[in-house]
Structure formats: C-alpha cells, structure tokens
Design a protein around this ligand. Structure first.
Ligand SMILES: C[S@@+](CC[C@H](N)C(=O)[O-])C[C@H]1O[C@@H](n2cnc3c(N)ncnc32)[C@H](O)[C@@H]1O
Length: 174
C-alpha cells in the first residue's frame, strides 16, 4: 500500500503514525465528548480523515485542500459520509475557507508546513474555535522546524500535547 500514514514507505513496520493520531483524538474526546465539529487543513489522500471519520462523535468533518486531485480522492473514499453531510470536501485554500468557516471545536493543521503558512493557519483558525476548543496539527518534529516555531511562538504558556506521530494539540481557554 502506498501510504503516508498506514505502513509509511520510509518505515513500513511503524504503527505509530496511526496510534499517535488515535491517541490525540481519544484525548480530545475524553476532555470534551461534545467536540463534534472538526476541520482538517490539508486532507490530501484522506488518511487522517479516514481515522477522524472512524469516530461517531465527530459529527462534521470539513476537509480543506486546494488540490483538485485531493478532492477527487476524498470524494471517491467517502461517498456515504459525504452524502450524509458528515464529510464536507472543501477544494480551496485554507485562507479562503477561513473566510467562510463558522465555529469549530477542533482544527487539525496538516497543510503547508512552512513557518509562515502554519503561523497564518494558526492565526486564521484559532479565532474560529469554540471556548475550550482544540487547535492541533501534524508534524511537530525536527523534520519540520517551521511547524515547531509557529506553534511555540503562538502558544506561549498554554500546555501542549505531542503524540507519537508528531501530532500536537493545544486546548483554548474555556
Ligand atoms: C501532508 S499533505 C496532507 C496529508 C493528509 N492529511 C492525509 O492524511 O492524506 C498536505 C496537503 O495540504 C495541502 N495544502 C497545502 N497548502 C494548502 C493551503 N494553503 N490550502 C489548502 N490546502 C493546502 C496540499 O495540497 C496537500 O494535499
């Protein structure tokens, strides 16, 4: 299987790309079982979206990706979830979707991993979160110093959780 998260090609025996994200979702839902409105920036092949949609507590998942190829993959992977209104494919830039997005409980940033882009996504979406909502993302590790720098400059003294797959999560004040 050619995959980024399930049996990744650089380490096919590594289950932690999946386990780390499962743990993050589980922690979020344990802290707030009513966290139902989720958004992923950068859904590409729908691998993290597959994991998110495995949780029935996630009532809506907006999948934002500007690539037409990503939108095609998502539409072919999740026809039932799209028909049910649970998965919403947003083929546009994260900046464009931020202008139309309503309130969200969880935002997972996995789009452009440069410092400037992650900083912009954090600025645009942290203000969309419900009280006690969660700002999260992928690839908080040495391979993506821009992700670490943007998250650290923004979060100041807020506690952060970092998971085995490099997912990170910060809870907003209640
Ligand atoms: C690392 S991949 C995401 C992998 C995905 N989460 C998965 O599980 O398959 C990053 C994705 O972010 C998208 N992306 C990058 N910058 C973006 C932006 N400014 N707006 C929307 N999507 C963006 C890319 O098109 C790419 O598909």
């Amino acid at each position: 299987m050619d995959s980024l998260r399930f049996f990744p090609r650089w380490r096919p025996d590594d289950p932690y790309q999946v386990i780390g994200l499962l743990r993050m979702i589980n922690d979020i839902l344990a802290a707030n079982p009513a966290a139902s409105r989720w958004l992923e920036i950068g859904s590409y092949r729908g691998e993290s979206a597959t994991i998110f949609l495995g949780f029935p507590q996630i009532v809506t998942l907006d999948c934002v990706d500007h690539l037409a190829a990503a939108a095609d993959i998502l539409r072919s992977k999740f026809p039932r979830e799209i028909a049910a209104g649970r998965c919403r494919v947003r083929q546009m830039s994260s900046a464009a979707f931020a202008r139309q997005a309503g309130e969200l409980d969880v935002v997972y940033i996995d789009g452009d991993h440069s410092y400037e882009a992650v900083r912009a996504d954090i600025a645009a979406y942290s203000v969309k979160l419900s009280p006690g909502g969660f700002l999260a993302g992928h690839d908080y590790h040495s391979g993506y110093p821009g992700v670490i720098k943007a998250v650290e400059k923004w979060r100041e003294h807020r506690p952060i959780s970092v998971y085995a797959d490099g997912s990170w999560c910060v809870r907003m004040p209640i």
